[in-house]
Design a protein around this ligand. Structure first.
Ligand code: PGA
Length: 250
């Protein structure tokens, strides 16, 4: 399966000064990690995060980017701007963006395209609402989100795509998907990618689980055959907890 990637999604937390403190705490704890380690920080923390992680094994992600190269899009940030700063990764399509900021499958696709064109690696978030799970359409919803997001993405470019399966009902709720539920949907997503591309692309894809993953449940989730990592919200804001999750990813 894909290589293990543990990414923190700090959301709208930590000022630049606080970001430096947290990264300095995280650094020694994950220095011997056998997986890829990423911190996804607010835009204003990117500079400090890049400085603090220089020469370490920690990558830096932004939490969104616009699809245009430049233009009249007040408050937006382009993928090229991130790339020039030295940012390597961008989270796209997080359910909070979809829920509160009008992000659609179509705009997610445009942002994915722009990020790839700029040379970034994308952490693409997909996941169902509780109602959709109860209606039995989880597989369909995640397949649709994945397929639309990947429209126009070549097999070669798939090496710069990470998919994060994040059931919306598990995000920030303390209600984690069971390891079986997480594995089932991650496997379904991998199967969708196999259908779109081929078995090699599917096998090499990193599929993360996200949604209340923490120091206590990470080992079980990450031991699942189709779960290749995690996108961690709340627990990524505590260096010790984040480090336990990183250690569990092997
Ligand atoms: P959580 O967030 O770990 O706090 O549930 C995960 C995410 O939204 O990426």
């Amino acid at each position: 399966m894909g290589k293990y990637v543990i990414a923190g999604n700090w959301k709208m937390n930590k000022t630049p000064a606080e970001a430096k403190v947290l990264i300095d705490e995280i650094k020694p704890l994950v220095a011997d990690a056998t997986c890829d380690v990423i911190v996804g920080v607010p835009f204003v923390d990117l500079h400090v995060a890049l400085e603090a992680t220089a020469g370490t094994n920690i990558g830096v992600a932004a939490q969104n980017c616009h699809w245009a190269e430049s233009g009249a899009f007040t408050a937006e940030i382009s993928a090229g701007m991130l790339k020039e700063m030295g940012v390597g990764y961008v989270i796209i399509g997080h359910s909070e963006r979809r829920q509160y900021f009008g992000e659609t499958d179509q705009t997610v696709n445009k942002r994915v395209r722009a990020a790839l064109d700029a040379g970034l690696t994308v952490i693409l978030c997909v996941g169902e609402y509780l109602e959709q799970r109860e209606q039995g359409v989880t597989a369909e919803v995640c397949a649709m989100q994945t397929k639309i997001a990947l429209c126009g993405v070549s097999a070669e470019e798939m090496s710069r795509i990470i998919v994060a399966y994040e059931p919306v009902w598990a995000i920030g709720t303390g209600r984690t998907a069971t390891a079986e539920q997480a594995n089932e949907v991650c496997a379904q997503i991998r199967d969708v990618v196999k259908g779109l591309y081929n078995a090699d692309v599917a096998a090499a894809l990193t599929v993360q689980y996200g949604g209340s993953m923490n120091a206590g449940n990470a080992a079980e989730l990450l031991a699942q055959s189709d779960v290749d990592g995690g996108l961690i919200g709340g627990a990524s804001l505590k260096a010790a907890d984040f480090a336990v999750i990183v250690k569990a990813a092997k």
